[in-house]
Design a binder for this molecule. Structure first.
Ligand SMILES: [Zn+2]
Length: 59
């Protein structure tokens, strides 16, 4: 999984943080990660969950 994660990615449920403004977005499993609702940036870093194989806190 790419990190940062581009908007529009197919992701598992988790928390993502905007690379630009730091907005935290919690999503359920989706096939289309939305752009940041605050600044419209299209890149996210994975805070927890997601598709990271190195997730230290699996659900
Ligand atoms: Zn943002």
């Amino acid at each position: 999984m790419a990190d940062p994660v581009p908007a529009g990615s197919d992701v598992s449920s988790g928390t993502y943080e905007c690379t630009k403004c730091g907005y935290e977005l919690s999503v359920q499993s989706t096939q289309h990660l939305p752009p940041c609702p605050k600044c419209e940036n299209g890149e996210w870093t994975t805070e927890s969950g997601g598709d990271s194989v190195e997730d230290p806190y699996p659900a």
